[in-house]
Design a protein around this ligand. Structure first.
Ligand code: XMP
Length: 326
């Protein structure tokens, strides 16, 4: 039988068998998948796990605090925070190609984990040990879409599957590899993670980096972060979080259009709202959000963010569109 409880028991046993008394690192992204993977490993082998949260500077407003505060409170896991925004921005400078961005972000993630290993080992209980395993929250759809499934085409290099460097020194532990998102949420709830964390909309590992169409700069990130925060706030206020699978906000950073504000002509950037409904992210349809909500989001974004003078709505299904724009 395939119940949530049996998935947990099975995975706890499999993790213990795979890692023995070796030590593990788990990268937390701020999303559900890595949090549930970490909570499973924490349940299986407790203090052998140290979570590493790489703040790559591509996060949304408030996300770093959520990991540092809420996740630790819920699981009691050891957490090491690496502040790496400068490193990622330097590596991404001038890069506009989506696959290049993903590869660079994936590579820098692993390098950042490797750098964090020393700090992890400094932990008193770990003196003299090595860290041999890397825990990843890879889901079944990630495996299929990165070409891991039989006969599947490589659609996008998900950073946590296709983009790993070949010289990586960790072995992988991927306890969610056979699961779909709804199963992962159920496992998270079973493990006692708070509802706010378990029900959180998916957010890609490469973060806002793949929601800026064009190259990534500090200024563009700041603009997108504000637009995204407004859109999320209003979706929540409308009580529609559960109706929507996720709602990326995409900044068309290389596009400008003419607008008018007060007495003046503006020449600003558009953002795209990409609200989608989905069961598992393999296919999706655009969410029919109420016009009132769309109007509120549009008004707030264009009023509150000087650089944005146009808000557009993506009404494409997947396929042919993907959920993210890159
Ligand atoms: P697409 O854009 O391929 O996205 O329709 C499907 C789902 O996966 C998320 N996504 C990612 N998640 N690393 C992740 O952990 C990634 O590189 C990545 N790219 C896309 C996306 O947000 C959607 O939920």
């Amino acid at each position: 039988e395939w119940t949530t409880g049996s998935i947990v028991e099975e995975q706890v046993a499999a993790i213990r068998e795979q890692v023995g008394d070796a030590r593990l690192i788990c990268g937390l992204s701020g999303g559900v998948d890595s949090a549930v993977a970490a909570a499973l490993v924490q349940k299986a082998v407790g203090d052998q796990l140290t979570c590493v949260f790489v703040d790559h500077g591509l996060l949304r407003e408030g996300e770093a605090e959520q990991v540092e505060r809420d996740f630790v409170a819920a699981t009691g896991a050891k957490l090491h925070v690496a502040h790496e925004a400068d490193r990622f921005l330097a590596a991404l400078e001038g890069v506009a190609d989506p696959e290049q961005k993903r590869k660079i972000i994936g590579r820098e993630f692993i390098r950042a984990f490797e750098d964090a290993e020393e700090a992890v080992l400094a932990d008193a209980a770990a003196a003299g040990a090595t860290v041999d395993f890397l825990v990843q929250g890879t889901l079944y759809p990630d495996v299929v879409e990165s070409g891991g499934g039989e006969g599947a085409a490589n659609i996008k290099s998900h950073h946590n599957v296709g983009g790993l460097p070949e010289d990586m020194r960790f072995q992988l532990v991927e306890p969610l590899r056979a699961l779909f998102k709804d199963e992962v949420r159920a496992v998270g709830a079973e493990l006692g993670l708070p509802a706010a964390m378990v029900q959180r909309h998916p957010f890609p590992g490469p973060g806002l980096g793949i929601r800026i169409i064009g190259d990534i700069t500090q200024e563009r990130l700041a603009i997108l972060r504000r637009a995204d925060a407004i859109a999320r706030q209003e979706l929540t206020r409308a009580g529609l979080d559960a109706e929507v699978w996720q709602m990326p906000v995409v900044l068309l950073a290389d596009v400008r259009s003419v607008g008018v504000q007060g007495d003046g002509r503006t020449y600003g950037h558009p953002v795209v709202l990409r609200p989608v409904s989905s069961e598992d992210a393999m296919t999706a349809d655009f969410s029919r959000l109420p016009y009132e909500l769309l109007a509120t989001i549009s008004n707030r974004i264009t009023n509150e963010i000087e650089e944005i003078n146009r808000v557009t709505l993506d009404v494409t299904s997947k396929p042919p569109g993907t959920i993210e724009w890159e």
